[in-house]
Design a protein. Sequence first.
Length: 133
Amino acid sequence: MPDSTTPKVKRPLSPHLQVYKLPLTALMSITHRVTGAALALGTVIVTAFFLAAAAGEEYYDMVMRAADTVGGTVILCLWSAALYFHMCNGIRHMFWDTGKFLQKDQANRTNYAVLMVAFMLTAGTWAYAFYVN
């Protein structure tokens, strides 16, 4: 047992999320899981839309009025972004399952490809939606 005159050695603490910078691949993995959960919740909303459409014009109009608000549009936009991100990242995972793009530089390039394609699909969907209206 060290005596009380021995100075304490300052040992580093384990890195915390506030200190440790996660690589983009790890953030993409976490986001993939979060978007999967969000899509499950969003599917309930989409199901409510289909049920309202089947229930009659009054219910359909009620759901469409809610979807046509700023909040409804934001929720639908985020849901579609989650859908496209989850789909693109899932396709990347299928390539990984075959042993492709597993080198660090390849994985980093596919990070940006997933983000770019998901963004373009989301922007294209909403540009088309606003163009049609």
